[in-house]
Design a protein around this ligand. Structure first.
Ligand code: FES
Length: 281
């Protein structure tokens, strides 16, 4: 069992939890993920490690209540315990040796983009941060990004915070003005990463993406997180989650991500029903 030490609401839809998990904290590196199960019969859900403190034995993740699994997780409070918390899984990010990097985050993907930006800064890189959200309410980790980025732009789809527009607008402005990067790191929804890759391909800038695919076992056995990368089959859980974005078949990944929508809607309804029943007791 893994105790929730702190639960912090970051905005109306996002929550950070700091979890007591000393063995995971000792080994976790930037870019790796964990798979948790809130209760005995809960769904397994993957989360990229947002922060870890080996000395304190604490691992932090950020979630949004989007499905049945996160709904069950959100019912736990400080002092409660998570049933399973397995990790660290996946390959760590390859961030050393880069001098000039643009970190692009979208929505909840910023929870993964931020530790990468922080690590790049620690390694001495010039870090240009571009983050985008649906609206001001969904904005996340702005102060943290500002602390680690040499240049930073926040955008929202509706202009309610920062500049109005998508992350590709700010990235295109920089690239067309002659800005050069060793690499662009893009983390967010699949359509966003696809659009960033289409843009950076035009400017011939190496681009790494983090593929948050459907995961079940996290060990390369179930095939749930299968992707096509450069025409070859890869598993996000063991070969990734980071890949060369110019080689990822995003259309296939987007089609696969929609495969379980009905199942997820049904599971969410069931979780709501159980939650209401529990409250009524
Ligand atoms: S989660 Fe099962 S193969 Fe990756």
């Amino acid at each position: 069992m893994y105790k929730i030490l702190r639960k912090t609401r970051l905005n109306p839809i996002s929550v950070r939890i700091d979890v007591e998990a000393p063995l995971v904290a000792r080994k976790a590196q930037v870019g790796q993920f964990i798979i948790l199960r809130a209760g005995e019969n809960s769904k397994r859900i993957p989360f990229t490690v947002m922060d870890s403190d080996a000395q304190a034995g604490v691992v932090s993740i950020i979630y949004q209540v989007l499905g049945a699994g996160t709904m069950e997780l959100d019912q736990l409070t400080e002092g409660d315990s998570i049933r399973d918390f397995v990790g660290p899984l996946g390959e760590p990010s390859r961030l050393s040796g880069l001098a000039r990097v643009c970190v692009v985050g979208g929505g909840l993907g910023c929870a993964i983009a931020y530790p990468s930006a922080k690590q790049l800064k620690r390694e001495g890189a010039y870090v240009d941060g571009i983050v985008g959200f649906r609206n001001a309410e969904a904005a996340l980790l702005e102060d943290e990004f500002r602390t680690v980025c040499d240049r930073f732009t926040l955008l929202t789809d509706d202009g309610s915070a920062g500049e109005k527009g998508f992350v590709t607008k700010a990235l295109e402005e920089r690239l067309s003005a002659g800005e050069r990067y060793d690499e662009v790191l893009a983390i967010g929804p699949l359509p966003m990463m696809k659009a960033v890759c289409a843009l950076t391909r035009k400017y011939n800038v190496k681009t790494t993406v983090s593929m948050n695919a459907i995961m079940v076992d996290g060990t390369g056995m179930c095939g749930g997180c299968r992707l096509s990368v450069n025409g070859q089959m890869k598993f996000a859980c063991v070969d990734g989650p980071e890949f060369d974005g110019h080689q990822v078949d995003f259309d296939e990944a987007i089609a696969r991500s929609g495969m379980y929508r009905d199942f997820e809607a049904h599971a969410r309804e069931e979780a709501c029903r159980l939650y209401e029943k529990e409250k009524a007791r």
